[in-house]
Design a protein around this ligand. Sequence first.
Ligand code: ZN
Length: 99
Amino acid sequence: MSKKVDTGVIRSIDAIGRLVIPIELRREMGLNTGEPVHMYVENGKVIVEKYLKRCFLCGNAAQKYTVVHGKKICDDCKAKLNEVDVVEELCDDEEEIFN
Ligand SMILES: [Zn+2]
């Protein structure tokens, strides 16, 4: 997602640190009122992105999860866990730990 949308609007941060995100940008990002966002600094820029919950195993953001013992697992990790080879590898590691 490297598309650049520049509204040309210059805004000021108010007395308590608030900044209004222009409606054009909110529409572009599909951000609705009351929706949580993730904010961080990267290469000297403040990044505001749509908040997506992350997979417990790989840390990737996904739209859909399977909940296992209260932890959210993405479809990719779920598929890997269902592969017999991975299960056998996990069993081998477990034997090494307990032997
Ligand atoms: Zn995952």
